[in-house]
Design a protein around this ligand. Structure first.
Ligand code: HEC
Length: 257
């Protein structure tokens, strides 16, 4: 039982760090209970344990006391079972730590995501290359058939987009909650209301995979629609998005010379 003293020292040190430091903090700032970060706790405990072992193993006698239990465990024929248990436990601990490191996580990445990154100057979609600058919705000018275009866009929406973006365009379709980032909420003023139609066209045509690196590392589930829809369908669904939400697309003011 010579090990009792160093063990008590480490235990007391632990309790002082764990509760003593927050206690001092709570006296300095009444009403708070600051916690010591885990990383700092680990560092303090490392020095505490190593320091205690060094002090207690300084003399021959102390060294024997510290080392003896371990030596006994490994050489005493009578302690075969305990020995096996320790060996298995060390192996299991290693396996557990390794598993914790490699297992995939579904937490949000620490890096921030740029929600509306700068679009490329041109985009290849629907077997064509578009210059995004100045790109216009060809159906927007056709005032006579406005209602028809919007209605056709609505069909596209409910056949393709509704599942994620939802029937009220709040980004809460039947499949929405498995995704991070979440599907865009078009009613919110932070999405299509502040975007030009050419930007929206780019986002719909090339989806999550079309985002530049500042729009990642969040893996966007937004599909690549130019592979499934025609150019006309994309423009019409854009008209539907704006008409339904009551937002108007952002327009870039014409340049006067
Ligand atoms: C599988 C789910 C899913 C489907 C289906 C889907 N989207 Fe998305 N969409 C997302 C997610 C997730 C985001 C947010 C991440 C991002 O910006 O890429 C998003 C973002 C967008 C944005 C960008 C909004 C912004 O503020 O930048 C537009 C526009 C958009 N979707 C339109 C559509 C249209 C139109 C359709 C149907 C043709 C559609 N989406 C179908 C998941 C989906």
């Amino acid at each position: 039982m010579k090990m009792l003293k160093p063990v008590l020292v480490v235990l007391t040190g632990y309790l002082l760090l764990k509760f003593g430091i927050p206690f001092i903090g709570s006296q300095l700032h009444p009403g708070t209970w600051p916690v010591v970060p885990t990383s700092v706790m680990k560092m303090y405990m490392f020095f505490l344990i190593v320091g205690t072992l060094m002090i207690y193993s300084f003399s021959e006698e102390g060294y024997a006391a510290v080392i003896q239990p371990a030596v006994n465990l490994y050489v005493d024929p009578a302690r075969g079972t305990a020995r096996m248990a320790v060996i298995l436990a060390v192996g299991a601990l290693g396996a557990y730590v390794t598993y914790q490191y490699v297992k995939p996580t579904f937490d949000a990445p620490v890096e921030l995501r740029s929600i509306h990154p700068a679009p490329p100057s041109s985009v290849k979609a629907c077997v064509k290359t578009y210059q995004l600058q100045g790109l216009k919705n060809p159906f927007r000018e056709d005032k006579a058939s406005f209602a028809k275009h919007v209605e056709e866009g609505g069909v596209v929406y409910f056949q393709n987009c509704y599942f994620c973006h939802g029937d009220r365009m709040l980004g809460k379709g039947p499949y929405y909650d498995g995704f991070n980032p979440l599907p865009a909420n078009f009613v919110d003023v932070g999405t299509i209301a502040q975007l030009t139609e050419s930007f929206v066209f780019w986002r719909i045509a090339t989806g999550g995979p079309g985002l530049p690196s500042e729009g990642t590392p969040w893996v966007s589930a937004m599909p690549v629609w130019h592979e499934l829809l025609t150019e006309e369908q994309v423009w019409k669904v854009i008209m539907f998005l704006y008409d339904y939400t009551g937002h108007s697309p952002r327009v870039t003011a014409p340049v006067h010379h």
